[in-house]
Design a protein around this ligand. Structure first.
Ligand code: SF4
Length: 308
């Protein structure tokens, strides 16, 4: 019996795992360090679902990382939260000279920040950066986690959505990060146009085999200013139904190793500029539908996992 089942859950929930790790509620603070992305600069269109915010929600402009942290900490302290994760979210947060990266990460650290999360891409991580992160982790006694999107194991879809990396390159980057002992969190979008249930299940198996530590499951949303946005307006995009999405999430979880922590079950579309998002439902409504289906099907994370 898996520990999360004994706790009354059908999947390994992030909030529960963080509480076990840090002994209390921990809040993630999304930061915008003003970096760019090699897949978007010099007129490149970027991943087809990405807009000019670099797939992040943080809009802080012209204020330092320290100021961003202080602003958000004050807001959450009123709710009684005392520990925080500094999350470099927008764009590619390892895409800058080494000294700049180090100075930027260190700015986010203070006595209340217990973890550094850095979102990046497989082609923007190397041993030099990982060595520097190791030094920071040891010097400041802080956990480091890398967020790296795979989106889908279907390497044909990766080309079609202009990810700018292949499946093999993703695997190589994950193995490099694991060698340094950092946590790695993968992102998947389970309803990319052209993907089917086979791709969803294979994505779960690949991430399980790679021993990633966490997965963020997203539903595709379409934003103004993205390539998908243009296609959507021209009626060139087929998006699966909500019922199909819920079914895919349940099958993904069944085939995913029970060791892996689930950071989210559905995307959180931005409040402005969204052309299509979550079938007009709230995030909570979709999470409830997924949890209900897990119960109705009497299934759970890892039930059918062959790669544990
Ligand atoms: S890697 Fe991230 S920031 Fe870069 S184009 Fe893709 S989604 Fe946008």
């Amino acid at each position: 019996m898996y520990d999360f089942l004994a706790d009354g859950y059908r999947y390994r929930k992030l909030s529960v795992e963080l509480k076990k790790k840090y002994g209390e509620r921990v809040q993630r603070l999304p930061l915008n360090a003003g970096f760019t992305c090699p897949n978007r600069e010099n007129g490149k269109p970027g991943c087809f679902f990405c807009d000019e915010t670099g797939s992040g929600f943080t809009t802080f402009a012209g204020i330092t990382i320290k100021e961003q942290i202080q602003l958000m900490k004050e807001r959450y302290r009123k709710k009684g939260i005392k520990k925080f994760i500094a999350y470099f979210q927008n764009y590619t947060n390892t895409y800058a000279p080494l000294e700049i990266l180090e100075q930027t990460y260190v700015q986010a650290l203070d006595e209340d920040v217990v973890q550094l999360d850095i979102a990046t891409r497989p082609d923007c991580i190397n041993e030099e950066i990982l060595e520097m992160l190791k030094r920071i982790s040891q010097r400041y006694n802080i956990s480091v986690s890398l967020d790296m999107g795979l989106q889908t194991a279907n390497y044909h879809t990766l080309v079609k959505i202009n990810r700018g990396h292949t499946l093999a390159e993703y695997i190589n980057a994950v193995l490099m990060v694991k060698k340094f002992g950092f946590e790695i969190v993968s992102h998947v979008i389970l309803n990319l146009p052209g993907d089917n249930m086979l791709d969803v299940i294979e994505s779960a198996k690949i991430l399980s085999a790679l021993r990633v530590d966490g997965v963020k499951i997203h539903s595709l949303y379409i934003v103004e200013g993205s390539m998908f946005g243009e296609m959507y307006k021209r009626n060139q995009l087929e998006i699966c139904s909500l019922e199909t999405y819920v079914d895919r999430v349940v099958r993904f979880l069944e085939n995913l190793s029970p060791r892996i922590t689930i950071h989210r079950l559905v995307a959180d579309p931005p409040t402005t500029g969204t052309l299509f998002g979550n079938w007009g439902k709230s995030k909570l409504e979709i999470v409830n539908m997924i949890e209900r289906k897990l119960e109705d099907d009497d299934t759970y994370q890892g039930k059918r996992a062959k790669v544990i």
